[in-house]
Design a protein around this ligand. Structure first.
Ligand SMILES: *Cc1c(COP(=O)(O)O)cnc(C)c1O
Length: 396
């Protein structure tokens, strides 16, 4: 990761196809676009790559989650279970439909702890939203069993895990719906973009309309479209979709590079007895965008990340990070919004002003992740593996 590292002639060609016609919008203008439909083509490519019947592109991963939640009928008073370790888009999308985020601990998979999910279920729970962080999967069998038992919706945030799978099925295609991001630093990029995937045709039709002002897209004349319900403009442009089309054709190459490189780095680090690794419910399905590991103590993990950075390696110590872990989401904790929450939601948010998450803390404060890049030569990979081992050993 990320796909932008291998940007080139293929992306330029696809973008040029669009520039030749000048039709930058994904809908309409059937004549002048001369058969160029990049967004439609990318939707088909995603469906066929992930083996899922329906894909709706959107303007971002955040709007993909929002679109999925709205299409699933989630709104005011509904609780959505989400992990403490994720990206801020998780709660942003939940707030955007007026629903209530319920934060739940993660385990050593760095994703939702199924037992903690079960404990958080209330009569208002509608959705369980696992986030497949850093390229790999949550324990989907356990989460799906809980959802089935309690009649809940499983919505997969697979924004960081395009191309990863669980027991042979693509992440994002196992729940009622899945969301992907193609922002600039994701596995494949459109510059900005996202997608909702689903097996449910009715849900797809709702996503299609919701992400384009409620247009039903049934007629040949956009101006004469009916609007069965209200929507927003979460459309992707043809230029963005064109970039994604070139990128998805390279996905298998990206995954092969990442898996090979990660194995070398992980094997090297395995020689250190104090190191344990992120648990992967299906190691074969890992997209291998990151190598995540634990050290015995918080201080060692923080020091290891610093030593790695000093040695020129990228290192994420999520416990101190402002975007990915509840500890530093001060704006979330304080409900710092520009407008007012509905009264019920405001009340539900009060608990986060003081709520602590010691179980998640004890996982995340010992965790270090290093990204696996696409552009490294074999020699660089060996050098980096050596530096990684040296940096980690230096703090033990
Ligand atoms: C990137 C990301 C998103 C949001 O995607 P954008 O395209 O940046 O809006 C949502 N969830 C997770 C876990 C992400 O990493």
């Amino acid at each position: 990761m990320p796909g932008f590292e291998l940007f080139g002639a293929e992306e330029r060609k696809e973008v040029n196809d669009v520039l030749e016609t000048g039709i930058l919008m994904r809908y309409g203008f059937d004549g002048p676009r001369k058969g160029i439909w990049k967004a439609k083509e990318l939707e088909q490519a995603i469906s066929s790559k992930l083996n899922v019947p329906y894909t709706q592109l959107t303007s971002s991963g955040t709007t993909a989650l929002t679109t999925a939640l709205a299409a699933l009928g989630v709104g005011a008073g509904d609780e959505v279970i989400m992990p403490t370790f994720t990206f801020v888009a998780s709660f942003e999308s939940i707030f955007s439909v007026g629903a209530t985020p319920v934060l739940v601990d993660v385990d050593d998979t760095l994703t939702l702890d199924p037992r903690a999910v079960e404990a958080a279920i209330t009569p208002r729970t509608r959705v369980v939203m696992p986030v497949h962080m850093c390229g790999a999967m949550a324990d989907l069998d356990a989460l799906k069993a809980i959802c089935d038992q309690h009649n809940l919706i499983l919505l997969e945030d697979a924004c960081q895990s395009f191309g990863a799978s669980y027991k042979g099925r693509a992440l994002g295609t196992i729940g009622h719906a899945g969301a992907f991001s193609f922002d600039f630093v994701k596995t494949i990029t459109c510059a900005e973009g996202g997608a909702v995937v689903t097996h449910d045709k009715d849900l797809y039709i709702k996503c299609d309309a919701y992400s384009d002002h409620g247009h039903d897209h049934l007629g040949a004349d956009r101006g004469a479209d009916q609007h069965p319900f209200m929507g927003y403009n979460f459309r992707i442009s043809e230029l963005h979709a064109a970039v994604g089309l070139a990128q998805i054709r390279k996905l298998d190459t990206f995954l092969a590079i990442q898996r090979k490189t990660k194995k070398i780095m992980k094997d090297a680090l395995s020689a250190i007895p104090e190191v344990s690794f992120r648990r992967l419910p299906d190691p074969d399905g890992d997209s291998a965008t990151f190598l995540g590991f634990f050290l015995p103590e918080e201080g060692q993990a923080r020091a290891a990340a610093a030593a790695m950075k000093a040695a020129g390696l990228a290192a994420f110590y999520w416990y101190d990070n402002n975007w990915h872990y509840i500890r530093n989401w001060e704006h979330f904790r304080q409900s710092a919004t520009l407008n007012h929450f509905a009264p019920g939601l405001q009340q539900a948010m009060e608990l986060y002003r003081i709520r602590q998450f010691p179980v998640s803390d004890a996982i995340i404060n010992r965790c270090v992740c290093t990204p696996i890049n696409l552009g490294w030569s074999e020699q660089e990979v060996q050098e980096k593996a050596g530096k990684l081992v040296k940096a980690v050993k230096s703090v033990l």
